[in-house]
Design a binder for this molecule. Structure first.
Ligand code: SF4
Length: 570
């Protein structure tokens, strides 16, 4: 059975334990949320010594299952005060799995900035004082030079060191691009422990052990074939998630001008189609890129400037929506440079984009000014008054500037889908145990499900509830969300995914496996939040979404409170 690695930064000691029975057969979000709910006092200060940072590979990490290696980072969030899990692609989950480690629990607080290097021989603590204040890109270059290019690096930038509530955790891909576990300020918790980086080196590791390799191989092949037969996959491969810009703009729910409009006149200039045309003309751009080995879709990209110098990898829909249309910025290069800056500082492009949108509404900087936005984001780690506002998210920014329209739930900004049109997504934003979250259950229309009307005020609790347990299970398996989408349109494929999990754990798994797993994850998260003091009144969108009609549709969010409260009643 995979093991649990405990790292204590007070004592600089570690222990590699057999997985405790209460955490058995869990991985990813399931494992992080279970450990946080069992081991962190619900009323703990998120940046205090009682909080823990839990990092976990999914149940299927490193196996032949497709897109299997998201890395979950769980903790009590300093942004929301709720339980939190943010996950990222990259190489770290596969390397941990090859070392036989399902999860890493970090507690205690280092005296000085430190790094932990995990190898087959154990954990070595390495002083990191010399890297204090260093951005993720320079840090990763230096660590790669010192530790070789077979390692994976999990790190924070200066945003995490300065305990900004937007701080994220960076994870390197196999080719040392940066991927981010972005949301909820998980990087600030890592910073509060004075942990600059975890280096995972799987050289000489025993490799992945599964209970039934033949069954796994067959089920993984069937699953892969089924996923690749879905029409969305080709589009994702060639345009990546930016393909959503024109779709969501066409549906009238692309956040624009701090969620005051659902369509952006500059949408085409930040679209996936325009981005693909731009990259085709630029040397060294890669429109097709994968963030982990074993990905069969390759939705990511490497975006370069006109001379072929890399600006950022990868430039994705949520950043285009929150930094782009939401702030009225229509220049792709400006957005890409802001994305690079956020990655380097180790802060969440989504929360920062929402905060800048609020700041623009408050008159702090002009709408659409990409250069001023870049300069303002640079201030986040300099300790200036305005920098601190943006660095601590949209609620901190809105309160300080007297802006009433703050697009958040439980303190976390919404994603790039306006809930007045996508009402099921609105129910997910409202009820997700982690604040407004798009990966927790985004209810998009699908040609395979023509009956579903995202604008109807009724029935949205059912779709949101279903998607929330489904994605809680997917996040626990460690499968990339994009590989899981075809299963929603072709439910027959779920049996292959369940067979993969059963082959890995050796546990019999029937057709209720995914629901049981997902519901149990949500229940442990809800239990933690309840004990932390959250009530159903916290499961509400800001009033402006219910009162202000959204142009051009004129829709408001009008799902009843009773329906919202019913979404996660299992
Ligand atoms: S589909 Fe995209 S996000 Fe998912 S694993 Fe592949 S590159 Fe990463």
């Amino acid at each position: 059975m995979a093991k649990l690695l405990r790292i204590n930064l007070d004592s600089k000691k570690y222990a590699l334990e057999e997985m405790p029975a209460i955490y058995a057969n869990l991985g990813g979000r399931g494992l992080t949320s279970k450990i946080v709910s069992e081991e962190v006092p619900p009323k703990a200060d998120p940046l205090g010594a009682d909080n823990k940072l839990v990092i976990a590979a999914g149940i299927l990490a490193g196996t032949p299952a497709p897109n299997n290696s998201r890395l979950s980072v769980g903790t009590k969030s300093p942004l929301t005060g709720t339980i939190k899990e943010a996950n990222s692609g990259g190489a770290a989950a596969q390397k941990l799995a090859r070392l036989g480690i399902q999860g890493v629990v970090v507690d205690g607080v280092g005296k000085d900035l430190v790094m932990a290097k995990i190898t087959k021989d154990g954990v070595k603590f390495i002083a990191a004082k010399k890297f204090e204040g260093m951005g993720n890109y320079a840090l990763i270059d230096k660590l790669k030079a010192e530790h070789g290019d077979e390692v994976a690096i999990i790190s924070i930038g200066p945003g995490g060191e300065k305990l900004l509530k937007t701080a994220s955790v960076a994870v390197t891909s196999p080719d040392f691009k940066i991927r981010m576990a972005s949301r909820g300020g998980v990087g600030a918790v890592m910073g509060s422990k004075k942990l600059k980086a975890i280096i995972v080196d799987d050289t000489g590791a025993p490799g992945i052990k599964v209970k039934d390799a033949a069954k796994l191989k067959g089920a993984a092949a069937d699953l892969t074939k089924g996923i690749l037969s879905h029409p969305l996959m080709e589009g994702l491969k060639h345009l990546g998630t930016p393909l959503l810009v024109m779709m969501i703009n066409g549906a009238g729910c692309l956040p624009t001008k701090n969620y005051s409009m659902g369509q952006f006149e500059g949408a085409q200039q930040i679209s996936g189609e325009f981005m693909a045309e731009t990259m085709a003309k630029r040397p060294n751009s890669q429109p097709i890129h994968r963030c982990m080995n074993g990905c069969v879709i390759s939705c990511s990209n490497v975006y370069t400037d006109e001379k072929g110098k890399e600006i950022v990898s990868g430039l994705e829909y949520e950043t285009l929506g929150l930094v782009g249309s939401n702030c009225m910025i229509n220049n792709l290069d400006d957005i890409a440079r802001i994305n690079w800056l956020c990655n380097d500082l180790g802060i969440d492009t989504m929360e920062v984009g929402a905060a800048v949108g609020v700041a623009m509404e408050g008159g702090l900087l002009p709408w659409g000014d990409g250069k001023a936005t870049y300069a303002l984001i640079q201030e986040t780690v300099k300790g200036t008054k305005n920098g601190k506002l943006i660095g601590n998210g949209c609620v901190a920014t809105g309160k300080a500037l007297g802006v009433k329209r703050i697009p958040q739930v439980k303190g976390q900004s919404l994603a790039a889908y306006d809930p007045r049109v996508l009402k099921g997504t609105g129910v997910t934003y409202s009820t997700c145990p982690m604040g407004a979250d798009h990966t927790a259950g985004n209810a998009l229309p699908s040609p395979a499900n023509p009956e579903y009307n995202p604008t109807s005020p009724t029935g949205q609790n059912q779709i949101s509830g279903f998607l929330q347990w489904y994605f809680a299970a997917i996040d626990s398996l460690g499968i990339c969300l994009f590989a899981s989408l075809p299963l929603l349109d072709m439910p027959d494929l779920m049996k292959h995914l369940i067979a993969c999990a059963s082959a890995v754990t050796g546990q019999a798994a029937d057709e209720g496996y995914l629901m049981n797993l997902g519901v149990s994850v949500l229940q442990s998260e809800l239990k933690f939040n309840k004990a932390a003091g959250f009530k159903s009144k916290d499961d509400r969108l800001p009033e402006f979404f219910t009162k202000e009609p959204l142009p051009p549709s004129g829709l408001v969010f009008d799902v009843s409170e009773a329906d919202i409260d019913a979404a996660l009643k299992f």
